[in-house]
Design a protein around this ligand. Structure first.
Ligand SMILES: [Cu+2]
Length: 214
């Protein structure tokens, strides 16, 4: 009985610590805390206050690093303009991503749509959405201020786990292009589901090319 209870608690704990976290920019708050749940739109029920973490992000788009705990996931990134509870109506992933492998996925620069030019000092929030096999979505947010003083993460601070692979989801043709030819590319079949290492592809995000560098 006792061991059964312990086992159940451990199982719940491991379920709770699955999902994902935003490593950079700093998350709004702990979405594993009591009262929070990553199943809750739009930001896991993590309250936003005056003291909310806010990271400076470049005017042309910045780095995004995720710690993904599931074996695979679809991945969307949205932007909301404003300071308090903005509406996430700008997509930064026109073609959303299919990610495989659990670990760190770091995109050195997530580009902005060409139709949007942030002003220096403008506040916004980034919403990361993942969708897995069950079809239910998970949410986490990070609050930013666009700044001409901000830079993207340097290469050594933006590395990917070796087992993390991503591809762009596209219904017709593959739109990923290899920045360098990698061995994982040899099985090219013209299918959009082809996986490449995150390190080796450039991907259209938000209408501009953003290199996924490690
Ligand atoms: Cu999970």
């Amino acid at each position: 009985m006792f061991t059964k209870t312990i086992a159940s608690v451990l199982m719940l704990a491991s379920l709770a610590t699955a999902h994902f976290t935003i490593e950079y920019p700093e998350m709004r708050g702990d979405s594993f805390a009591t009262g929070a749940s990553q199943y809750i739109y739009p930001c896991a029920n993590v309250n936003q206050t005056e003291a909310t973490n806010r990271t400076l992000w470049p005017l042309t788009g910045g780095s995004l690093s995720l710690d993904l705990h599931h074996p695979w996931t679809y991945l969307f990134v949205n932007l909301g303009l404003g300071t308090v509870y903005p509406t996430f109506n700008i997509t930064l992933t026109n073609q959303f991503l299919n990610e495989t492998g659990n670990g760190i996925l770091c995109m050195s620069q997530v580009g902005l749509p060409s139709s949007f030019t942030p002003s220096d000092g403008q506040n916004a929030s980034i919403q990361v959405v993942t969708v897995g096999a069950s079809g239910s979505a998970l949410y986490n947010c990070a609050d930013i201020t666009f700044s001409s003083n901000a830079t993207t993460l340097s290469g050594d601070k933006c590395t990917n786990s070796s087992n993390v692979k991503i591809s762009v989801v596209d219904g017709t043709t593959a739109t990923t292009s290899a920045a360098n030819s990698s061995s994982t590319h040899s099985a090219a079949s013209g299918k959009s589901s082809e996986l490449m290492t995150a390190a080796s592809i450039a991907v259209v995000l938000g209408g501009v090319f953003a290199s996924l560098l490690i």
